[in-house]
Design a protein around this ligand. Structure first.
Ligand code: NAP
Length: 418
């Protein structure tokens, strides 16, 4: 049956009932490749919720880089992980806003009709780490809509009940779907892993990007001082608007970037550029940063280790420019600096972070909203680096601006970001 993409906002079942099938954007192993080819709309049977599971009707979905990797099948094919072997398809999407539609056995906290946003961490309740350490440490830990199928690029999604959070009332569906994955990651990096304190100084790479806009706002909300690194004055303006004391255009210090395989003479020149950059950071912040917020990886890591102050922390959650980091370790041990790894967030951190959105202290930053027909295109834009910030996809909502049930500031709609 051909699926009319203009009709996905219409369903003919009431909360508590599921239709037989739904429209979903699906990646299959045999067509992995560029998102424009890998993503195709298919009619898929709607799953029933298992114990402690919930089926959510997706009103809007958020786009993240993880499903560019899922499309490409690189660096690994997701089809080997989580519940993929059982179902043989990948329905991506790790951010969503919507309605609780049907709850599985054991769910008491949520009922059909509740308005929710979804955090993307899953783990088995049978793993001891979930109960005494941190779900992020559990062997069963998976990112929903990346390492699992039944993500948010479909009319209905299947999640664990612990993934649900109340939807902030002043946000539209597309605003509410835009922030979870990157914001909750930035929250754990700064608040939990670095114990961010008022008065501390922070350097943020990619400060106008998905993670960066939230790292910047968290610093401002905590009374910390941050400088953001960006690649254009327009992005710098956004970062200042979000509360940074200032920005540095990385184009001015292009020589500091590690490319890999530098000769001794090239490395010396690179180091001198790093040193100039560090001086600029200290001048702007009044001292060297206590924390450097890292996700760029290979290109910037030597500069991060050098720039952070003695006993300071470089906190890192990604290596976008390369995973093999090499740096002069003398600057680490002689000055007793720390490197701190971080990955997404646990349910409690997501809840606390979401409260700051509800109270308007932290705001989503949204670049563009597309219709359900835009899922492949949105990921293709990301692959080609033509996106400029967070993209949301309308699924159950048939136009922008729906879903607000209270007065409030809403999101920042920015022309820059990514
Ligand atoms: N582990 C986790 O839980 C987790 C969670 C979220 C994201 N991530 C990962 O974190 C990375 C960033 O995610 P995002 O959503 O923030 O992406 P994004 O929106 O594309 O932002 C990344 C920013 O990094 C900057 N950047 C890119 N190349 C750079 C370079 N060579 N040198 C310095 N800066 C550079 C860019 O800013 P300028 O061009 O303005 O400098 C860009 O805005 C991705 O690899 C993503 O997969 C990991």
């Amino acid at each position: 049956m051909a699926i009319d993409l203009q009709q996905v906002s219409k369903i003919d079942v009431q909360p508590g009932e599921l239709p037989q099938s739904m429209a979903a954007w699906v990646i299959r192993e045999e067509r992995q490749g560029e998102p424009k080819d890998a993503f195709q709309v298919e009619e898929i049977e709607v799953p029933e919720p298992g114990a402690f599971e919930v089926i959510v009707r997706v009103m809007a979905a958020g786009v993240n880089y993880n499903n560019v990797w899922a499309a490409l099948g690189k660096p690994v094919s997701v089809m080997k992980y989580g519940d993929h072997p059982e179902f043989g398809h990948h329905i991506g999407g790790s951010d969503a806003s919507g309605y609780v539609w049907k709850v599985g056995p054991g769910v008491t906290r949520w009922k059909p009709g509740d308005e929710v946003v979804v955090h993307c961490n899953q783990a088995s309740y049978e793993d001891p780490e979930v109960h005494g350490l941190d779900p992020m440490a559990a062997p069963s830990q998976r990112i929903w809509g990346y390492e699992t199928t039944w993500g948010s690029f479909a009319q209905f999604t299947k999640v664990q009940a612990q993934q649900l959070l109340p939807k902030p009332k002043a946000l539209s569906w597309e605003e509410a779907a835009s922030y979870g994955l990157v914001y909750f990651t930035a929250y754990r990096m700064l608040i939990t892993r670095c114990n961010l304190q008022a008065g501390q100084r922070v350097l943020i790479w990619g400060a106008a990007g998905g993670l960066g806009v939230f790292a910047t706002q968290l610093c401002a909300a905590a009374g910390a001082h941050c400088v953001g690194v960006v690649s254009s004055p327009e992005k710098g303006e956004l970062v200042e608007r979000l509360g940074a004391v200032g920005f540095i255009d990385r184009g001015e210090f292009a020589g500091m970037m590690r490319k890999g395989g530098e000769s001794p003479a090239e490395e010396k020149a690179r180091f001198l550029a790093s040193r100039e950059f560090s001086k600029r950071v200290s001048e702007m912040l009044g001292d060297a940063p206590d924390i450097v917020f890292e996700h760029v990886g290979q290109a910037t890591f030597p500069t991060s280790v050098y720039t952070v102050k003695p006993f300071g922390k470089v906190v890192i959650c990604a290596g976008t420019t390369g995973f093999n980091l090499d740096f002069d370790v003398r600057y680490l041990w002689m000055k007793q600096k720390e490197i701190v790894g971080s990955h997404f967030a646990n349910a409690y951190e997501c809840m606390k972070a979401n409260e700051l959105i509800e109270s308007g202290q932290i705001k989503p930053v949204l670049w563009r909203t597309m219709g359900f027909d835009g899922v492949a295109q949105a990921h293709q834009l990301m692959l080609e680096n033509k996106h400029l910030g967070k993209i949301s996809i309308l699924v159950g909502a048939d136009s922008e601006g729906q879903g607000r049930t209270a007065e409030g500031g809403g999101a920042i709609h920015a022309e820059v970001g990514g």
